[in-house]
Design a protein around this ligand. Structure first.
Ligand code: VGL
Ligand code: ZN
Length: 200
């Protein structure tokens, strides 16, 4: 349908096995994601796109380790291994991803001082990426989300999409999670409460 878009979140080498922030089974979703790309008229991709030395990297804060947390100006921020650094192999889309049909690639996390899980707002929850305006101008009001990781970038994007009034589904078979300290269960509960449709 002409008001529907598939949003493919961060299917990048660093989130796949062998990558810097590998998500278990991250590469397994690629065939299904490709079938969904094929069956949707409109496709948007997101790309996690950090400058070297990004504030979400544990390596940028002395005395910290990946998967810990620190307080930044906008609140608590989980620290990650260096990943998806602009221009590196790890930031490229998985080689099997059929991305050529995508009408838009939206990059996020490029501001050194602020992380961006969501495709719509950075982690201060108020700096927009521009995606909502793009979708609205194009009349794309019904969104299906897939990709990596279920409990971070996919969930944050889905929650923001609902908050912005988009009809929103997450196709769970085409997602994989990081699952840090119960984050997957928490994300699923929050998405359900927010009216995100969870599909297989
Ligand atoms: C992501 C952590 C850090 C994601 C991105 O794509 O879910 N997670 N950067
Ligand atoms: Zn990131």
């Amino acid at each position: 349908m002409d008001n529907e878009a598939l949003i493919v979140i961060d299917v990048q080498n660093d989130f796949c096995p062998g990558g810097a922030l590998a998500v278990n089974g991250g590469d397994e979703i690629v065939p299904l994601v490709n079938r969904l790309i094929d069956s949707h008229a409109h496709v948007v991709l997101t790309q996690d796109w950090h400058p070297a030395g990004h504030s979400s990297f544990a390596s940028s804060h002395a005395g910290t380790a990946p998967f810990g947390s620190i307080d930044l100006t906008y609140g608590p921020q989980t620290l990650w291994p260096d990943h998806c650094v602009q221009g590196t192999k790890g930031a490229e889309f998985h080689a099997g991803l059929a991305w050529t049909k995508a009408e838009l690639v939206i990059r996020k996390g490029f501001r050194p001082a602020i992380d961006s899980y969501s495709a719509f707002f950075e982690n201060d929850r108020k700096t927009p990426t521009g995606l909502a305006g793009y979708l609205r101008e194009r009349g794309l009001s019904k969104l299906s989300l897939v990709g990596l990781a279920t409990d971070y970038c996919v969930a944050y994007s889905a929650l923001d999409a609902r908050r912005l009034g988009f009809e929103t589904s997450v196709i769970l078979d085409a997602c994989r999670a990081i699952d840090l300290g119960g984050s997957l269960q928490n994300a699923l509960t929050q998405m359900k409460e927010a009216g995100v449709k969870l599909a297989a």
